[in-house]
Write a protein that binds this ligand. Structure first.
Ligand code: SF4
Length: 391
């Protein structure tokens, strides 16, 4: 099968990326024809203001991929913006894509919801107000989704109960209404990015795209655009199917979703010392305030990590010792840090090697770009013929 998958170059990868995406890619590259691309144009759709790190991030991403085992001799690794045919196809597909399909794209609303939520949370935390994140998320969610338009009146009222202050809720709502939050994504580029995504996939005639559940609407719109093209002109595109990947159970070091914006990630490139420090700071079973109290591994984040990085027998031993108060959390974390470092050491070492060999990286990227371009050009020839274009 032809598989296409991309990642935005937004900084160094962490364990969430590894278990959510890379691990799956590692399997696919052994069985399928894989095109893995750095989605640098996609990075611009919502981060167009600050591009100073873009080039470094592209290299970092490719380094992270190869260090983790993505093999350029098995998979085509390339940079989206180097294959201009993606842009040409985006333009042509844009002609046939009804606006209403893009307006229904849930990502736009979801991203705006997240930006609003983060703003409200940080504002309250800045005023030293204790935040129950789940409750707050629900309030902002209802503000967004229980009516057709954003219900600011509801938000103001709900925040008053939350913060017990009229002024604070009024100020938050005023800033959200008048400020810049979410305005960055009110652009043609962001609105139209599902068309770019469709072009990225259709141009390689991908049969399957590995995605998480939240990305299923993107595959659906890609299929619809491809189908519409085939129906209007002649069959050129294949409708790709979604290869649903299970989202990893690995949370951030603080027990929330692993995300750079929460500062709770463990990067693939973190040093041994950084990993030790982060693991020691991890939250455990909150009821276990001293060693003599038996723990509950099933609610402990450290234990979940053990199930990923520690051998089965030791995991069973930890479970048994934790539930009978025979092991302390510090000792347990030290075992985890050691195993996590053992897992990361080869990745780190490969990274160090690659960082010194920019020439090799450039060679891999250029070769990948050329290989991708060859396929993309062939498809574009068919597309233009089907559409009756002269050039
Ligand atoms: S001993 Fe380990 S598994 Fe048990 S609560 Fe402490 S950190 Fe978690």
């Amino acid at each position: 099968m032809v598989i296409v998958s991309g990642m935005r170059p937004t900084g160094k990868l962490h364990l969430g990326h590894y278990f959510g995406v890379i691990k799956n890619w590692l399997n696919l590259q052994n069985t399928d024809e894989c095109f893995f691309f750095v989605a640098d144009w996609h990075a611009l759709t919502n981060k167009y203001k600050d591009t100073k790190d873009l080039k470094d991030n592209i290299y970092d991403l490719v380094i992270d991929w190869i260090s983790s085992g993505i093999d350029p001799s098995k998979s085509t690794i390339f940079v989206q913006s180097a294959v201009k045919e993606h842009a040409e196809l985006t333009l042509l597909l844009g002609m046939i894509t009804p606006k209403s399909w893009l307006e229904l794209n849930p990502s736009y609303k979801d991203l705006k919801f997240n930006l609003f939520f983060q703003y409200v949370r940080d504002f309250l935390l800045g005023k030293n107000i204790k935040v129950d994140e789940d409750k707050l998320r629900q309030i902002v969610y209802d503000t967004f989704y229980h009516k057709k338009d954003i219900d600011f009146e509801y938000l103001e009222k709900s925040l008053m109960d939350f913060s017990a202050s009229d002024n604070i809720s009024k100020e938050i709502v005023f800033n959200l209404k008048e400020g810049d939050i979410g305005k960055d994504i009110d652009t043609f580029g962001f609105f139209g990015y599902p068309v770019l995504m469709a072009a990225d996939i259709l141009i390689y005639k991908a049969q399957a795209v590995p995605v998480g559940e939240d990305q299923l609407p993107h595959i659906e719109i890609t299929r619809e655009i491809g189908r519409r093209f085939n129906h209007l002109y002649k069959p050129v595109f294949i409708e790709p199917k979604a290869l649903l990947t299970e989202s990893p159970k690995l949370l951030g070091t603080d027990g929330r979703k692993m995300s750079k914006s929460y500062g709770n990630t463990i990067a693939l490139s973190d040093s041994e010392e950084e990993v030790n420090k982060k693991v020691l700071s991890m939250k455990t079973d909150t009821q276990r305030i001293k060693k003599s109290i038996p723990g509950r591994p099933e609610v402990c984040n450290v234990y979940t990590y053990h199930t990923y990085f520690t051998d089965k027998n030791t995991v069973e031993e930890i479970y048994q010792k934790c539930t009978t108060a025979q092991i302390g959390c510090i000792e347990c974390k030290k075992i985890l840090a050691e195993n996590l470092n053992r897992f990361l050491t080869p990745i780190r070492e490969k990274r160090r090697e690659l960082e010194k060999d920019k020439e090799y990286l450039d060679k891999i990227i250029i070769q990948g770009n050329e290989k991708a371009r060859e396929v993309a050009k062939k498809t574009m020839k068919e597309v233009k013929e089907a559409m009756g274009l002269m050039f």
